[in-house]
Design a protein around this ligand. Structure first.
Ligand SMILES: [Zn+2]
Length: 308
């Protein structure tokens, strides 16, 4: 057992992971052990006050819903995350859900495991959650509005202690439950099953999954010249949509509750249109410069052939 993480790191051997343990006083210490040895020597104890120490290295996505109604929040959040995973080519998503409830407080730990997608680091988990937060605001969906108060975003910091299946906080006797406490289930619920990542193949994603792709440079220039503050872009075929990061709507001269304004550039129509999600029927359209329309036509003709 080690008093500091630094001592544990210095003594770590291949195949071992660093685990955290609480003394009944609440102070904590560190243990180096392979998962098999840790299960045998520590998880088999009657009172388990242990955490996984989440290292700044590849990991599964993990969530802590702390307070509120965690199952209801998860039901709303899950489809959104699934959609993002799908966008990145991962259709099969396995979720391990654990909960630790008392009379006064409910919390859930959820591990999301994709076949192809593993986060390069816990920081990417934070980026992902921030992206989802921003998206739900921009789309004005409203469905997750009040849930963010209960989704703990502090868990993605370096070397976070994350309580595991069957483990409780000192003096609380409120262990995480939800699946039977067997070695296989416990191992499958770890955020970072292995310490030594070189031994497994882990495809990674960029740490911020923004949908900012394929904007031709000449269109970037148009947007920059509009004197607006675009934050992100979505990209259907031959058109680009920029969400605008300000809260004043020019159609009503006041601020909506969410970010509602966006512009759409359509090469097909040769137009730039300013719109507002809130003011459904209002829009202002201007035409793209002729030079750009010409350029698009040339682009089309050089890339496409039709066979009849
Ligand atoms: Zn508006």
């Amino acid at each position: 057992m080690y008093r500091t993480l630094r001592d544990a790191e210095a003594a770590l051997k291949p195949g071992e992971k660093i685990w955290g343990g609480y003394y009944p006083s609440g102070a904590y210490y560190f243990i180096n052990a392979t998962p098999v040895v840790f299960w045998r020597d520590f998880m088999m104890k009657r009172e388990r006050l242990f955490c996984e120490v989440i290292r700044p290295s590849p990991c599964h996505m993990y969530l802590d819903i702390d307070g509120g109604d965690p199952p209801a929040i998860w039901k709303r959040l899950k489809p959104v995350l699934e959609m993002v995973y799908k966008e990145f080519g991962n259709d099969t998503l396995q979720c391990v859900e654990m909960h630790a409830d008392s009379d006064t407080k409910k919390s859930s730990h959820i591990i999301m495991k994709g076949e192809k997608w593993c986060l390069p680091s816990p920081q990417a988990g934070l980026d992902l959650m921030k992206t989802v937060h921003r998206m739900s605001e921009e789309m004005d969906s409203g469905i997750l509005d009040d849930d963010w108060d209960y989704i703990d975003l502090r868990i993605y910091t370096r070397n976070r202690q994350f309580r595991m299946l069957g483990c409780s906080k000192p003096g609380q006797n409120r262990p995480f439950v939800g699946i039977p406490l067997t070695y296989d289930n416990w191992y499958a619920s770890l955020v970072q099953p292995l310490e030594d990542r070189d031994t497994v193949h882990l495809p990674t994603i960029k740490s911020t999954p923004v949908m900012q792709t394929n904007v031709p440079a000449f269109l970037q220039d148009v947007v920059m010249s509009l004197n607006i503050k675009p934050v992100r872009v979505y990209n259907p075929i031959f058109s680009w949509i920029w969400i605008i990061h300000h809260r004043g709507c020019p159609f009503v001269n006041r601020v909506h509750r969410h970010n509602n304004n966006y512009i759409v550039i359509s090469l097909e129509n040769g137009t730039v249109t300013y719109k507002c999600h809130h003011c459904q029927n209002r829009k202002k359209t201007v035409h793209l410069p002729t030079a750009i329309k010409e350029r698009f036509r040339k682009m089309l003709h050089s890339n496409m052939t039709f066979t009849f």
